[in-house]
Design a protein around this ligand. Structure first.
Ligand SMILES: CC(C)(COP(=O)(O)OP(=O)(O)OC[C@H]1O[C@@H](n2cnc3c(N)ncnc32)[C@H](O)[C@@H]1OP(=O)(O)O)[C@@H](O)C(=O)NCCC(=O)NCCS
Length: 190
């Protein structure tokens, strides 16, 4: 499955095992892995293609069960893999938590904002969610700016995780009633 919108530089495509080499190349950075793994030891630095292959295998099983939706983020111009975006913690028709990351060379160009806008549109108009959350470390300024730019609202500061004093996690939320993006998406198979 692919999710596209006119005028966007990137699109979303279902993640696949064949993405393991590109995924490993782009994610293998301590800061990226810390922010993506949410303190869970699923992926840790250094991360090689074999580990990523196993990780993607797990994600795909979870996608098949409808617990998650996982996508690569790709450039419209040539299909290059630049990062990933997905939905987890799915509560049917209630909501989900989104996750996204870009390889370091692809940041600062609005690609992640586009990917998150595509996820939001799918979540609210196709999956009928009431809310969509994103959880980030307080130190993660780039992700927090992205969420604020897209009008997510901070709802909670997590006080239970390890290292909470140093770097608490913040939960941002977009509620369906506050979602105003007129974006038109095309969802299809290629
Ligand atoms: C979080 C993360 C995806 C943000 O990446 P990003 O490139 O900063 O985000 P965007 O793609 O939305 O780009 C925004 C930046 O591009 C600039 N930009 C350029 N063209 C733009 C456009 N057309 N639209 C929006 N922003 C644009 C913005 O000004 C902004 O730059 P600034 O932060 O210097 O103001 C990235 O830092 C990352 O992968 N971090 C590691 C993983 C992570 O933290 N994930 C989030 C936890 S779920």
């Amino acid at each position: 499955m692919e999710v596209r919108a006119d005028g966007f530089s990137v699109y979303l495509k279902n993640l696949s095992i064949a993405d393991a080499a590109d995924f490993a190349k782009q994610v293998n950075d301590p800061e990226t892995l810390r922010n993506v793994s949410n303190g869970q030891p699923i992926l840790s630095y250094p991360c090689d293609e074999e580990r990523v292959r196993m990780f993607i295998g797990k994600i795909l099983s979870s996608d098949t069960l409808g617990h998650t939706f996982s996508f690569s983020i790709r450039l419209v111009e040539d299909g290059s893999f630049v990062g990933c975006a997905g939905m987890g913690d799915i509560l049917v028709t209630k909501g989900c938590s989104i996750l996204y990351w870009l390889g370091k060379d692809y940041r600062g160009r609005g690609y992640a904002s586009e990917a998150v806008r595509l996820l939001l549109k799918c979540g609210f108009t196709r999956l009928n969610f009431e809310f969509i959350d994103a959880e980030v470390y307080k130190s993660n300024e780039n992700s927090i700016s992205l969420l604020k730019r897209l009008k997510f609202i901070q709802i909670k500061m997590d006080r239970e995780t390890k290292d909470v004093e140093k770097d608490p996690r913040i939960i941002f939320r977009m509620k369906k009633e506050d979602y105003k993006d007129e974006l038109k998406i095309v969802v299809g198979d290629r």
